[in-house]
Design a protein around this ligand. Structure first.
Ligand SMILES: Cc1cc2nc3c(=O)[nH]c(=O)nc-3n(C[C@H](O)[C@H](O)[C@H](O)COP(=O)(O)OP(=O)(O)OC[C@H]3O[C@@H](n4cnc5c(N)ncnc54)[C@H](O)[C@@H]3O)c2cc1C
Length: 254
């Protein structure tokens, strides 16, 4: 480890890892330290939400970071968003109002297993010459206009200090810089979410024997959509993952 870096990235999740890769691509000589408080590799299937990507984000991953090959081999293609609206009865999936693409979409996107993806991004990050520390919890940041900024972190019970020209806060909900600089703003809209993963594949095409309904889409395409079941005050998502598990979540108004 050095005592001085061009950039110290706070947090080695999706934003921190992709930023470090993008910076290395633009300026191969740049020195970067990524500090991640998690101690070990990320768990497959059960790591994080944030699995259903939009097309623009996919373009960034595939073309800007150039990880198209990895995505095609290890993550699922996504077939857009699909909504099932409330009906008189929920007994028959084929009778619910369905909104979603029928034909194969021309612009690619993916359903990401965040554990597999972040482990791959960590490997790439280190291969490109970035220092990445797991089990390194950022404990303090000092901004200085003159001698460079200083970041403190705890690793193996010891506090370490490092200097840098730039700090990139990619700590997600921990929002290290936002809290330090008091940029928080009150949120008027409160919503709740709960999520979990189920082992195995859930393919809603198999929830009915109605061949006409099934034939509205090519076999296998409905499975690849981000499926939303809508009801009053809540919706439930079903997202397939490349590890052959399923992400389920509920978003609800209080
Ligand atoms: C219910 C729900 C559903 C979502 N669904 C989607 C979706 O379908 N599609 C989508 O694109 N997005 C979705 N999102 C949003 C998505 O999850 C986030 O935008 C994304 O994970 C943010 O990535 P990030 O790298 O900024 O943060 P994270 O992935 O949270 O990474 C932050 C990293 O910083 C580390 N860290 C934190 N504090 C410290 C510290 N003090 N020291 C060192 N390291 C630290 C953490 O361990 C973590 O690894 C969803 C979010 C929620 C809550």
């Amino acid at each position: 480890m050095n005592e001085q870096y061009d950039v110290v990235v706070l947090g080695g999740g999706l934003a921190g890892l992709t930023l470090s890769l993008q910076l290395k691509k633009a300026k191969p000589g740049i020195s970067i330290l990524v500090l991640e408080r998690r101690e070990t590799a990320a768990a497959t299937a059960a790591h994080k939400v944030g699995e259903s990507t939009v097309e623009l984000g996919t373009h960034y991953l595939r073309e800007v970071l150039d990880i198209k090959e990895y995505l095609e081999a290890h993550e699922l293609p996504k077939h857009g968003l699909r909504f099932f609206f409330k009906n008189d009865t929920k007994d028959d999936i084929a009778s619910r109002v369905e909104l979603g693409p029928r034909l194969r979409l021309p612009v690619p996107s993916h359903q990401l297993d965040r554990g597999t993806l972040e482990n791959y991004l960590m490997k790439l990050t280190m291969e490109k010459g970035t220092d990445l520390l797991l089990g390194a919890k950022v404990s303090g940041v000092e901004i200085s206009g003159e001698n460079g900024h200083q970041v403190s972190y705890i690793k193996d019970g010891e506090e370490v200090k490092v200097k840098c020209r730039w700090i990139a806060d990619a700590s997600g909900r921990a929002s290290i810089m936002k809290r330090k600089l008091q940029f928080q703003k009150p949120m008027e809209h409160h919503s709740n979410a709960v999520w979990w993963r189920l082992k195995g594949v859930i393919d809603i095409d198999t929830w009915t024997d109605n061949k006409t309904w099934q034939s509205f889409l090519e076999p296998g395409l409905r499975y690849l959509s981000t499926v939303h079941f809508m009801d009053n005050g809540y919706w439930l998502w079903v997202i397939p993952l490349g590890s052959k598990n399923t992400s389920i979540g509920i978003v609800a108004d209080p």
